[in-house]
Each structure stands twice: as C-alpha cells, then as structure tokens.
Design a protein around this ligand. Structure first.
Ligand SMILES: *Cc1c(COP(=O)(O)O)cnc(C)c1O
Length: 349
C-alpha cells in the first residue's frame, strides 16, 4: 500500500467514521494524582482496591509497553485478549453482509468465528504445501469490498513463520489492512513486524500475554498500528475493557521480563529436545518446522493416537480436520517433566 495514496477513511465503516467515542466519567476527569473527592461515577466510596473503575486508557500499562517495544502509546490499543482486538478490527472496518476478509487456512480458528459473528464473508485461500501464502491467488480474491487480510506468523497450528518477502509483497500490493497475528513471536528469532509500522499505514500487529508471558488467565491482547488506526479502534472499544486486576498483573509481569525470558529460553530448549526425540517415534511420519511453543506432527492415524494419548493422561490437539493437516496432532511444549512423560509414552505406543 502506497503511503501517499493510503486513506484510512475509505476503509472505515461509515457509521464508525461518524461516531464520537463514549466519554466515561473516568475519561472526563483523570487526574488521579491529586487529592480529589470522586463523586462522578456512582462508585461505592469504600476502599476494596477495586471499588473504582479502571483506567479506560490503561496509561501505566501502555507506558511500560511503549518503553519496552519502542512504540508510542498512541500506537497501542489493549483488548480483553487478542480475540477482542481482532473483533474490534472487524467491527471498525467491515460492513456486515457487504465487505469481506481473506484468511489463509490452516490457521487460527477465531478469524472465521469472528467473520461469521459479524456476518462478513471469509474468503479462504489455502496456504501452499510449505504453509506459505499463495500471493497471486490471494490478490485474485481481492475486490473493492476486501477490507482485511489475516496473516498469522508464526502460524497456528502449523508453527512456521510466514516468509517476510511474502508479507512485504502483500503489504505493498493489498489495498486493505494487513493484520499480522504475532501471538507466538516470542518463541521465534524473527523480528516483530511492529518495527515496520511507520513504513506501512495499512499494517496492524497483534500480540498477547496469553502464550510466552504465561498470562492466558488475565486476558490481555495488544494491538500495534498507526495512530490513525488506533484512534478508530479506541472510539469503538468498550470503555472499561481491561479490568483493574488485569492491568495490575500485566504491569507486574512485564516488569518481570528476566523471568519471562528465562522461561521462553527453557521452552525453546525443551522444544529442541522433543524434536530430537520425536524423530525416533515410529508412527510419526512428519515433524513440521516450528517457531512456536508447539509442534505439529503427522502420524499414521491421528484419531487413534489422540485417543491413546488421552488414555495415558496426555491431552494434545487433534488437527486432523484442518485443511492440509490430515492426521496431524499439535503438541504444546510443557514443563521438562511433562515433556519427558510425553516422550516416554510416545515411545511406548
Ligand atoms: C492463542 C492465540 C491467540 C491468543 O488469543 P488471546 O485472546 O490473546 O488469548 C491469538 N492468536 C493466535 C494465532 C493464537 O494461537
């Protein structure tokens, strides 16, 4: 997308373009530092630590992310998991029953769930045999109503990175918004696409605390984009979408980056060990390349092996019904002792 001709207003839904954001009590007066008496939001005044509404703009958390990622706070939006961020993107840009999006299966299931939920046509263009995008076919499917293209890199459930020259090509040629889902980026050596935000006005990058950061339970997703795109998403987000407990835990965890990095390093090391061990398991026919905290394997009979593992107390994900994933299982990297058990059991089957 050529920066000179890119006009975000032609992509935004007309009703959203016209909207003014809801102004909550906490938006209108937010000087928490002074000794003010807050009688503006109908809260219970007695202190429980959470009797006040949370900061609707999550300033503390955003400032921390901003510092760590070198992205200005006005280019960051937070969601109740990246799933909420993805939903906001649909609702900002896609007119129900009129616009369409492109997704690249096999990939994360939420894109199609959200397309259905929002009554948006989902044009599925399968990845090729190496799980890379077929650029020509994608572009053939684009029409004037194509608003979004979802690229998951590293991809779930395949585990591989999407080649950067493919992404660059799509960023340059697709006239809508390219959403790069980087839920697993911390397990990869690849550079995040957030470093390219200033070059591509049509780029949105999503990340999450649910995987590498060990915080799936608090629901915190992160969206990085141009200040223009973030302003649009901000306008339509629920005012208090990130609760106080989540904001506080997230700040704690982000300050804890040494520990998180150590866990990531351990999981990556465990991944290498498991990959080595899997080679020796007879019924595994293919082990796919991974840049994530999981490994996709092709087995002789996924249904059977899935059940056998269940009987031994191990739950993996059967991806047999996904396109290009016949007889595959997706296995998350666990703790060293969990992984050891997995390997022992796999060898026994
Ligand atoms: C797990 C996952 C997410 C995370 O979603 P949250 O709502 O942030 O927990 C996003 N995208 C992909 C591809 C995932 O696998």
């Amino acid at each position: 997308m050529n920066k000179a001709i890119f006009n975000i207003n032609t992509l935004i839904r007309p009703n959203v373009l016209k909207m003014k954001s809801y102004s909550s009590a906490r938006d209108e007066f937010k000087d928490f530092s002074s000794e003010m008496i807050f009688l503006d939001a109908n809260e219970n005044p007695f202190d429980t630590d959470v009797n006040r509404y949370p900061d609707p703009q999550q300033q503390k958390l955003k400032r921390l992310l901003s510092k760590q990622k070198s992205i200005p706070t006005n280019q960051i939006l937070l969601g109740n998991g990246s799933d909420e961020v993805l939903d906001l993107i649909f609702r900002a840009f896609c007119e129900p029953a009129k616009d369409n999006v492109i997704t690249l299966p096999p990939t994360y299931g939420m894109y199609s769930v959200l397309a259905n939920l929002n009554n948006i046509e989902n044009r599925e263009v399968l990845l090729d045999e190496s799980f890379q995008p077929k650029t020509d076919e994608i572009l053939k499917n684009v029409d004037k109503h194509t608003k979004l293209l979802f690229i998951c890199s590293p991809n779930n459930p395949t585990g591989n990175l999407i080649a950067s020259e493919k992404i660059l090509n799509l960023l340059n040629t697709f006239n809508g918004i390219v959403v790069i889902d980087e839920a697993y980026i911390d397990f990869s050596k690849a550079e995040s696409w957030i470093s390219k935000l200033n070059e591509f006005p049509n780029l949105i990058v999503t990340q999450t605390l649910s995987k590498a950061y060990g915080m799936a339970g608090i629901r915190l997703g992160i969206c990085y984009a141009s200040a223009e795109i973030i302003a649009v998403l901000n306008k339509i987000k629920p005012p208090y979408n990130i609760n106080e407990l989540t904001q506080n835990r997230a700040v704690e965890q982000l300050r804890n980056s040494k520990e998180v990095e150590a866990e990531i390093a351990l999981l990556v090391e465990e991944r290498a060990q498991i990959l080595k061990a899997l080679v020796k398991v007879r019924f595994i026919e293919k082990i796919y390349q991974t840049h994530s905290n999981f490994i996709l394997i092709k087995v002789d009979d996924a249904e059977n092996r899935y059940t056998q593992l269940l009987e031994k107390g191990i739950v993996v994900r059967n991806r047999n019904t996904q396109p290009l994933c016949e007889n595959t299982l997706r296995i998350t990297i666990g703790t060293p002792s969990e992984n050891k058990k997995l390997i022992t059991i796999l060898k026994e089957l």
